[in-house]
Ligand binder design. Structure first.
Ligand code: NAG
Ligand code: NAG
Ligand code: NAG
Ligand code: NAG
Ligand code: ZN
Length: 470
């Protein structure tokens, strides 16, 4: 039979049966097969990257760099002199590393200072409590606040017992059911307590595990609602006060907080690149945030994410690789205050959104590598699955849905495919925003492996013939 006739007949049959979509998907499948072949061509270069990071000259480099950085600078709160020093340190380090277009982009960031703070239980017995004031909290009057406590387990219970809360310190002893849900108490606990006339609020730290360590973090006041001082307390103290209250014991606390908010400060996002050879205007963005809370060393949150991002660029540079598209690293400022640096970056650069191929962020630890979390349409997912096959040598082929990252969210909302590092984060919230977020949480071997994942994915996606579909 005449092949043209067959084609025409097939087309007519397709039209009559309304099955044009099958035809389209057949075309897509072929493209995907071609892309899969293109991607498998990178298996040797992927192995070079992995070997350099895991067993070669770059072994433990990201860990050693991070240790030097956090031991020298310490933690890096938005608006603090430490964060300024950290930005200078990184500018010099990235320049010395020989990366391209190293520069700073100005950002205005919140400037909150904790000041002296303590909490003392006075009744039923004297007990000094470990607390950490929450970011943006006001301080107490200089004489402090001494008041009786009401313990609640939920906002519902607070609303039911609203009459009892007036003039008291509200203690929230909400269970930990997952970060996203439980963090609502840290974010809105003060506002809800103020609405029913409380004078301060103390919030059980947002963590599944505790060794009597308080966890700080950002909180939000609401317009029109009085601002009251607010801090987090330990799981242990929250549970103890709940037991006391259940027995009908009266609890009195003296709270002293010197927190202050100053006018917004000058800060910077830090940018470094490997400029693309063929499509330099197209961008694969790789990132972590450089700022941290003012406790511990900010080694895990997010020193690890920032330093595997730097390491990814170093690995690619050291191998003499230059992808077709530009690999752009951004180290964000003001993330802990709600992605302040990232939002200003997005507003400034979104005019070029069609040139952003993939945005990546690592901000849930750099523990044992599993793969990536990815946000993108089905066809982009299928391509990313192929890219992940290149990570079989280090068993990091996983691709799960929904990339996470405050700083890349703006781009993902705009339709740009996004990826976050997927690691075994089961202990992440043990250390999150505490004095225990130090280099002792970080592991050089895990950082080598996470750096390899980060470098292979960013390099290969930046070097493919076509941008990821969106
Ligand atoms: C890298 O760190 C691991 C784990 O601490 C250690 O066993 C190894 O010797 C280190 N490698 C180098 C080159 O220092
Ligand atoms: C408890 O602390 C208060 C204030 O610091 C002090 O005056 C009081 O003597 C203490 N009570 C006991 C039993 O130690
Ligand atoms: C947009 O991209 C073009 C081409 O790379 C570049 O010259 C320009 O500076 C970019 N604009 C912004 C605001 O990033
Ligand atoms: C590979 O990773 C999976 C989970 O991502 C794990 O279940 C499996 O044990 C790992 N295999 C090896 C050989 O480490
Ligand atoms: Zn973080």
């Amino acid at each position: 039979m005449n092949t043209l006739l067959v084609t025409v007949l097939a087309y007519l049959i397709t039209l009559c049966s309304g099955k044009t979509s099958d035809r389209t998907s057949a075309v897509n499948e072929k493209t995907l097969q071609e892309t899969a072949r293109e991607i498998s061509g990178y298996s040797e270069v992927a192995l070079d990257i992995i070997n350099l990071a895991v067993s070669g000259k770059a072994q433990n480099r990201s860990y050693n760099r991070l240790a030097d950085f956090t031991d020298t600078i310490g933690n890096r709160l938005s608006g603090s002199p430490n964060l300024e020093l950290a930005i200078k340190y990184m500018y010099n380090a990235l320049t010395q590393d020989g990366l391209e277009n190293v520069h700073l982009e100005p950002v205005k960031v919140p400037h909150w200072v904790r000041g002296e703070e303590y909490a003392m239980m006075l009744e039923p017995r004297n007990h000094s409590m470990a607390i950490l004031g929450l970011g943006s909290s006001i301080g107490t009057p200089s004489a402090g606040i001494t008041a009786e406590v009401i313990v609640v387990h939920s906002f519902e219970e607070l609303h039911q017992r609203a009459q009892e809360a007036k003039g008291k310190i509200v203690v929230y002893n909400q269970p930990f059911v997952g970060y996203g849900e439980s963090v609502q108490y840290r974010a809105f606990g003060a506002t809800e307590a103020a609405k029913v006339g409380a004078v301060a609020s103390l919030i059980r730290s947002i963590t599944p595990f505790s060794v009597n360590s308080p966890h700080t973090g950002w909180q939000d006041y609401s317009p029109g609602v009085p601002k009251i001082p607010t801090a987090c307390i330990t799981v242990e103290d929250a549970e103890m006060m709940a037991r006391m209250a259940h027995r009908g014991t009266k609890i009195v606390i003296h709270l002293q907080m010197g927190a202050k908010t100053y006018p917004d400060a000058d800060s910077y996002n830090i940018v470094a690149e490997i400029v693309g050879s063929k499509f330099p205007e197209q961008i694969v963005l790789i990132s972590g945030h450089l700022d941290s809370w003012d406790v511990g060393q900010g080694a895990m949150d997010d020193g690890g994410g920032a330093f595997i991002s730097w390491e990814a660029l170093s690995l690619i540079k050291d191998l003499g690789l230059r992808p077709k598209r530009t690999l752009r690293m951004v180290l964000w400022t003001g993330e802990e205050q709600g992605g302040v640096g990232a939002e200003q970056y997005y507003q400034l650069h979104k005019v070029n959104i069609s040139n952003f191929d993939l945005v990546m962020e690592s901000d849930i630890g750099t523990f044992a590598q599993l793969g990536l979390q990815f946000t993108g349409i089905g066809k982009a997912q299928a391509i990313m699955k192929q890219v992940m096959m290149l990570l079989q040598p280090i068993n990091a082929t996983g691709l799960s849905e929904h990339a996470e990252g405050t700083d890349i969210d703006f781009w993902m909302q705009g339709g740009v495919p996004g990826a976050s590092l997927h690691d075994d984060a089961s202990k992440y919230f043990w250390f999150h925003h505490t004095e225990a977020d130090t280099m002792s949480v970080q592991d050089p071997v895990q950082m080598n492996l996470c750096s390899a994942v980060w470098a292979v994915v960013s390099y290969v996606v930046a070097d493919l013939e076509e941008m990821l579909p969106r």
